[in-house]
Design a protein. Structure first.
Length: 199
């Protein structure tokens, strides 16, 4: 699709961006503050990212320094940061004073799978009974992690990025990305199960 987009044909460019619209929305949903999400629709941010990508596509195609999906993800992260900053600083009524009425986007079904992996690889009827409560605790635990730790867990488990993609996105070697991911999982497990020791 990138080769077709190099021709500049509008239909080819539209197909290319259409392929990445939903993955971009997922990236944005995962990182958009739940309070801000009541004011700003993730679809609007996706549209802004794709407009910017369209304007900068020729520049990217001349010298692609990262895979296309990671480039789009980078643009999306910049747009999310700008959106948070704009709404925190420019709004008369700060969103920090509002109470969130919804859970962050990372509290979904994939969270149950992550909890199962962290807590009990061989699920029994007894452990199955506590997974729903653990899902709630996982959401709280992710909220307690530092931004870097939470981000790498979201990238691997919710965005389903490979270690290679995570390394490229973070500007790390694959070995360093793998170590950061393992450290983040240990910290998450420590918050979920304090005193449980290493697996």
């Amino acid at each position: 699709m990138l080769d077709e987009a190099r021709t500049g044909e509008p239909a080819a460019v539209e197909r290319l961006f259409g392929e990445f619209r939903e993955p971009l929305r997922k990236v944005i949903d995962l990182r958009l503050d739940p309070v801000l999400a009541r004011r700003v629709d993730a679809s609007d941010i996706v549209q802004d990212v794709l407009l910017e990508a369209n304007q900068r596509l020729t520049e990217y195609l001349k010298a692609p320094n990262m895979p296309f999906h990671l480039w789009l993800r980078h643009l999306a992260q910049d747009r999310i940061i700008d959106t948070h900053r704009r709404h925190r600083q420019a709004q008369r009524r700060s969103i920090d004073r509002e109470q969130a009425i919804q859970r962050p986007a990372w509290t979904d079904e994939s969270s149950v799978q992550l909890v199962a992996q962290l807590v009990d690889a061989e699920q029994t009827p007894a452990s199955a009974a506590i997974h729903q409560e653990l899902q709630r605790r996982l959401s709280d635990a992710l909220g307690q992690l530092g931004d870097d730790d939470r981000d790498i867990i979201l990238m691997r488990h919710h965005e389903q990025l490979s270690n290679q993609d995570v390394a490229a996105a973070l500007g790390l070697t694959e070995a360093a990305a793998s170590m950061r991911y393992l450290r983040a999982l240990r910290k998450l497990r420590g918050v979920l199960l304090p005193g449980a020791g290493e697996p």
